[in-house]
Design a protein around this ligand. Sequence first.
Ligand code: GLC
Length: 560
Amino acid sequence: MERTFWYRDSVFYQIWPRSFRDSDGDGVGDLMGVYEKLDYIKSLHVDAIWFSPLYPSPNADYGYDVMDYMDISGEYGGMGAFKKVLDGAHERGIRVIMDLVVNHTSDEHPWFLASRRGEEPYRDYYIWRKGKPDGSPPNNWDSLFEGKAWQFDAERGEYYLHLFAIKQADLNMDNPRVREEVKKIMRFWLDMGVDGFREDVITFISKKEGLPDGSRLMPAARGINHYSNGPHLHEYLMEFRDVLDEYDCVTIGEAPLLTPRRALEFIGGKRPELDLMISFECMEGDCISQEYIHHPFSLVKLKLIWERWQRGLRGKGWNFLYLENHDHPRVISRYGSEKFRVESGKALAAAYLFQQGTPIIYQGQEIGMTSIRLESIDQYEDVQTIHNYHRYFTKEPTEKRMQRVWQSSRDAARTPMQWDAGENAGFTSGKPWFRVNPNYPEVNVADQEEDSGSLLNFYREAVRLRKELPVVHYGSFRLFRPLDKKLLMYERRSKSQRLLVICSWSDSAMRVNVPRGYDLTRGKLILRSHGGEADKNGYTAQPWETRVYLFQDRKKPAEV
Ligand code: GLC
C-alpha cells in the first residue's frame, strides 16, 4: 500500500489506561472513561492516541505482561468498549496506536502454560535452558526488574529467561512459529482499523546464539550486550515490515541504549524497518542511564542531547519527541521547577514542541502534573521501583533511599489523571487503585479550561502553531549558547521563515540577549508565557519566561 507518512504531521497523545478515567466506579481507569474524554483529547489538537497495553493481563507489570494478544481486558471494558473508542476516535480524525509487547508474554499466557508442560507446538516458544551442573542458572544475565534473568520452573525442570519481571517470560523469536504469531497479531489489529504499533523493547527480541555470559562491567544489566541489537534483529523486523507494508500504519520502536546513528539503522534508508524510535537519551538530563543513578539536572547536557538528535536525523530519519511517559517521573519535577510549576511547564513545552519530529504528550503533562512522593516503599506498586529499592544502595539510610525512589519511580507519573477539584480529582467515584496526587485541587483540567493563561491552553496553542508553521516541519535546527546553564535558545530556519524559541531556565529574572542578526522588534511574538516588552536585542525575562518569535522574510513568499 502507498504510504502517506501521516505521522510526520501529527502530534500524539499517550494514554496509560489504568489512570486516565474510570467510568464505572471500580477505581481503575477504563475505555468508556476514554470514550467520555474523546472531545477533550480532540481539543488538544492531537492526531493520534497511543494506548499503553489494553490486553488481558495479571498486571505484574501493569499490562506489559500480556495474557492474550487478541483481546481487550475486561477491566478496561473488553472488546466492545475498545471498538467504540476506535470508532469514536476515527470519527474525530484521531488515529489509534496499540502497544505491541512481543519480547515477552505473561507466564499466565496459554502459550507459556503449554510450553512449560512441553506441549507442541509451544515447546520452543520461550527460551528454556537446563541449569549448570551445580544447579545454578544457565548464565549470569540480570533481569532489569527482578533479580537474575532466569527462573527455574519445577514442572518443566528447566529455567526460562525473563529479561524483565519473573512473570514476563521472554519469547523465543528465533522460532519461526513465534514470528508468525507476531504477524498474526499485527494483522488482527490492523484489519480491525488500528493505525499502528508502539513496539515495546523491540531491540531486545534477538538474543545472541549460545547465550554467553555478560560482561561483569555491566553491574545491573549483565548480558545486555548479548540481547540488545542482537544478531537477527534487523532480519526479523524486515519480516514484520512485509506485513506492515500492506497498511498505511506507523511503527514506533522502543529502544534502550539508542544513539542517533544506531536509530538510522532502523528508520533510515529506502525501506525502513520502523518509522520512529523512542530513545532514552532525552531522559538523561539528570541521571546516568536510569533515573536511579541521579545527578543534578544539567540543562547543558539536555540541550546537547537534543541538538545531537535534531542534527543526526535531519534529512535521514524522523525524530520522535517526548518529555514524559509512564516509565519516568514527571518532567516538571525533574527538569523544571515545582515552585514555578506553570511557568517551567510552558518552557518545557516550547522547548520540545518546536523541534523537528513527531511530538507526543503523556496524559497529565498538558496540565503540569508533578511527581508523587509517598512516605514508604510499601505504598508503591511498580515492580521495578520495589525491586530497585530492595536491591541497590541497601546500606544507605531509609531517608536517602526514599529520595532515590522519589527521583526514579515510574509510579511518580502513574497517579490518576486530575480532571477537577472534586473527590478523587474526578478520576473515579470509587476508591482509586492508586494514590491521587494531593495537589489536585490546584492542578486539574477543569480549572485550566477556565483560564486562558493556563498551561493546558498554552499546550493547545503551541500544538496549533506547530502544525500551522511549515518551518517547524521542514526547517533546520540551530542551537544558540549551548553552554549557557540558564537559557535554551534555538532557531528553526526554512527558506522564508525563521523561528526563534527562547526559554529561560531559572527561578530568577535575568536579561536575555538574542544573537547578532536578530532584531526582536521585527519579529512577531507568536507565543509567550508572560507580558513585558522587548528591545531590539532582548528583554528582561521573568523566571522561566518563554517566547517564540517568527520572522518572515518579506522578499520571499510565505510557505504553505
Ligand atoms: C517498556 C515499557 C515498560 C515495561 C517494559 C517491559 O520499557 O515501556 O513500561 O515495563 O518495557 O515490558
